[in-house]
Design a protein around this ligand. Structure first.
Ligand SMILES: Cc1cc2nc3c(=O)[nH]c(=O)nc-3n(C[C@H](O)[C@H](O)[C@H](O)COP(=O)(O)O)c2cc1C
Length: 209
């Protein structure tokens, strides 16, 4: 199976003189998955993961299902209040951290190295997942950060996380939605401003055999 060569490519490239954005393979719309009813039957939190890396196609399909653009008008697989599309999605692996661009279906390197520990926080099991997906609420993009905005942005993050849960259930991957993480360390690493708030994360891997 083809592994996450894109991350290896980032590390090999090393310096900023190379383009740091990589296109993902096209999502496989004919992918064989469980039926909707079987998917709901399988949806559950899983905290044990195989150390096997996700294939490029599985990562591509996972990211597209999570928050990819699914219409010509640029709307996404996850709804957002007033269509503000303010949930930023970051991908943590042992090789580095990338930001997912839903419109281009591409990954842009943000930080090299293994930083899954700061997403895991005090729950060590989460570091064992080959991929952790982090949802950041961008209140600048939302245009407001009052209490009502906070609840709407949190709901939007929940939809994105639920897309991950359901894709994983249908595709035979393992995940759990988590609020636990080291928020301060993540904000520092990713260079987030005070209006860009880590809200939820999902470790994702193949189920442990
Ligand atoms: C918003 C939210 C935050 C959660 N945070 C964590 C967490 O930090 N760590 C964890 O292990 N599970 C976390 N969970 C998973 C819940 O513990 C889990 O969904 C619940 O126990 C029910 O189990 P089930 O998902 O298998 O039905 C979270 C779930 C939600 C919806």
């Amino acid at each position: 199976m083809k592994k996450l060569a894109i991350f290896a490519a980032f590390v090999l490239m090393g310096t900023a003189s190379f383009a740091q954005t990589t296109n993902l393979p096209k999502p496989n719309m004919q992918r064989q998955t469980l039926s909707v009813m079987e998917m709901f039957q399988q949806r559950k939190s899983v905290r044990d993961y195989s150390p096997e890396q996700l294939s490029e196609q599985d990562l591509s399909d996972l990211l597209w299902a999570t928050i990819g653009a699914n219409r010509e008008n640029g709307n996404l697989t996850a709804p957002t209040a007033m269509n503000r599309q303010e949930i930023l999605l970051y991908v943590f692996t042992e090789k580095g951290v990338c930001r997912y661009d839903p419109k281009a279906h591409s990954l842009t390197l943000v930080a090299e190295g293994d930083h899954r520990d700061i997403v895991a926080g005090r729950q060590a099991f989460a570091k064992a997942a080959p991929v952790s997906l982090l949802m950041v609420g961008d209140f600048d993009k939302f245009g407001n950060n009052d209490d009502h905005a906070k609840s709407l942005v949190s709901m939007d993050a929940g939809y994105v996380s639920q897309n991950i849960d359901l894709f994983c259930a249908a595709a035979g991957l393992a995940t759990v939605p988590r609020a636990t993480m080291d928020v301060k360390a993540i904000q520092t690493l990713l260079g987030l401003n005070e209006n860009q708030v880590p809200l939820l994360n999902n470790p994702v891997g193949y189920p442990k055999k």
